[in-house]
Structures are given as C-alpha cells and as structure tokens.
Design a protein around this ligand. Structure first.
Ligand code: ATP
Ligand code: MG
Length: 322
C-alpha cells in the first residue's frame, strides 16, 4: 500500500478552475483508491504572501470547507492543517542544512515569483525546504504534482538522498505522479483561470455576484439573429465542462441556428452552474454556519498526522545525535 500526499495552497476560496482541475479529480482518486492518503492545507506556505491573521484564517477555512463540500471523506483521507503539525518546521531546518544554497537559487518558481516583488522575503526562497519537509515527514511515497511543481519534488528527492547518504537510511524517497491532464479551465477572459488574473468564476458566491462574473465572460459581438460557432465561444467552452451530453447538444444547436444572443447563453450557463453545484454550495454554506465542526475535523486529522510525523522526526533526531 502506498502513501499518497497532497498539499493544497490556501491563498483564497478555490475557484471553478481549481475545483474541476484539481479538487474533484483528487477526491475521486482518494475515494476510489486503497492507498493511504494525506491531504493538508499549506497555510504556512501562504505566509510568504499573506500577512493578515483574519485573511489567513478565512482562506484556510474556505479551502477546508471547499474540499469537504466536494465530498472529501475525512475518515478515509488524513485531512489536516500544516500549522497544526509543528514538526514540519523543525524538519525543514534540518533539511536546509543538507541542501546547497546555490541549488536553491536556481529554483524556477523562486525566480518567477521574486521577479515581480518589491520585497522578496527569505521564506519564499526557503519554500522548497518546507515543501520537502511536508513530504518527508510522513514517509510519503507518491506525490501527485503538476508540471510546475516537478522541480520542487526533485529537490525533495535530492535532499532526502543526500541526508540518507550522509547520516544513514532515514527517509523514504518519494516519487512524483505527474498529472497528465494538462488541459486548463478557461476564465472569463478566455485565458487560463487564475486567482492572480482576476478572471475567476467562484461557485460559492451568492447568486447575484456569481451571475455578474458570468456576464463578464468575453464573447464575440455577433447579433442575436446570427448563427454562431459554439466551439470558439468561451461561454460554450465552460458549459461543456459542466452540463450533461444532451444539454450540450441542445445548446450547440441554439448557437448554430441563430436567434440566441450571448446574454441568453450566459444565463443558461449560470443556471447550469447553480444546478450542477447546488449540493456543494449548500454544503459550503452549511459548513460556514458550523465552523466548529470543520475545526474539529482538522484537529482530529492533525492528531493522526502527528502520530506519524513525531515518529519520523524522532528517527531524524536520532540520526543527528539530538
Ligand atoms: P495563482 O494565480 O496564485 O497561481 P491559481 O488560481 O492558478 O492561483 P493555484 O493555487 O496555482 O491556483 O492552483 C491550485 C490547483 O488548481 C493546482 O493543482 C492547479 O494545477 C489547479 N488549477 C489552477 N488553475 C487551474 C485552471 N485554470 N484549470 C485547471 N486547473 C487549475
Ligand atoms: Mg497557479
């Protein structure tokens, strides 16, 4: 049996792209597999960007509530918050003493992120060490990653190998499981949906705000009467991801026949989003009314996580002579 570990960023409430691109497939995999899975909210990583107690807390809660609203089973998956397992920062320090500064300077994501910042904090630079600790602390052997995280996983493997070579066998060397599906979900401007681009569709907004986002989707300017090509319309592209096959056929025909304006198409998409995510939206709002329940689940998760992390850290400390 393998141990699969996934970290999730908590820089805001997950949007449609995060949900369809990452959350739904990950939950499906966890629920269907017999492997042991770990899922943690990487709230300590978000400290590199966010310095506000309230926002940090809200983001963590919204992230946890989203996963739960999409039916993550917290009894099957060890679901916890990074900051509830303090062993991780201790391990990150030890690892950093086994990894070269020059190599860390070459990390792509650090170069990309630091270019656009006025002040580059050292946490941003040190990030791959904390990420390595996130993984090695649980003896994880499989880490599902997008292509952009592959280099960080290489760093994790290299630091673990170096430690093992220097101090004796200590860590399990994790393997990346590269997510093949590189198709991204488009945002309201037709580009990749991304928090940082302000083009998101946020399925947990109230109806009015959600409708406004959908009305913002960029389209052509053909008149109502003209037949339209559904395949180059952003509204239809999004509809295809959400609706069932029969409904997709019906909407396709409406485009091709003419007589439907873009406003109407957007309204159809909006209604479909409400329908498709109705249970999830309800669950999300209910969790907001019951924050103590989410808190309890996360604490229970961290107790399970710490049973492992404390053992692994003890092994490391013994190796180090501490
Ligand atoms: P940022 O703009 O800060 O990079 P983001 O909106 O791109 O934020 P991330 O936190 O980078 O979101 O991504 C979280 C997860 O969601 C990752 O697994 C990522 O691959 C997936 N994801 C993000 N955007 C999309 C998208 N448009 N389509 C499919 N998957 C996505
Ligand atoms: Mg991103």
């Amino acid at each position: 049996m393998s141990k699969i570990l996934t970290g999730i960023q908590s820089t805001g409430t997950p949007h449609l792209g995060n949900i369809l691109g990452a959350i739904v497939p990950a939950i499906k995999m966890a629920n269907e597999s017999n492997d042991e899975s770990f899922l943690f909210i990487a709230n300590m990583h978000s400290l590199t960007q966010i310095k506000d107690e309230k926002i940090l807390n809200e983001n963590t809660f919204a992230t946890a509530a989203t996963w739960l609203a999409f039916n993550l089973d917290p009894h099957k998956t060890c679901f916890f918050r990074q900051s509830d397992v303090p062993e991780v920062t201790e391990l990150a320090w030890y690892l950093s003493c086994f990894f070269s500064y020059q190599r860390l300077k070459l990390a792509h994501s650090f170069k990309d992120k630091s270019q656009n910042l006025k002040e580059v904090n050292s946490g941003l630079f040190y990030y791959p060490m904390l990420m390595s600790a996130d993984i090695l602390l649980y003896d994880a052997d499989i880490v599902p990653v997008g292509k952009d995280q592959l280099q960080h996983l290489e760093i994790t493997r290299d630091v673990a190998i170096k430690f093992n070579k220097t101090m004796g066998e200590t860590f399990v060397i994790p393997e990346a499981n590269i997510q093949k599906n590189s198709n991204y979900i488009i945002g309201t401007d037709g580009q990749k949906m991304s928090k940082s681009k302000g083009n998101t569709i946020d399925v947990f907004l109230d109806d009015n705000k959600l409708r406004k986002q959908i009305m913002k989707i960029k389209t052509n300017t053909l008149s109502v009467d003209e037949p339209k090509n559904p395949d180059d319309c952003n509204v239809f592209k999004l509809y295809k991801l959400i609706a069932g096959n029969d409904d997709i056929k019906v909407l396709r025909k409406k485009y091709e026949d003419g007589g439907m304006g873009y406003g109407e198409a957007k309204e159809i998409l909006f209604q479909e989003i409400l329908k498709r995510f109705s249970d999830n939206r309800k669950a999300f709002f209910e969790l907001h009314q019951n924050k103590e329940y989410v808190e309890k689940l996360l604490i229970e998760g961290s107790i399970k996580a710490r049973e492992i992390s404390q053992k692994v850290l003890k092994r490391v400390r013994t190796r180090l002579g501490f």
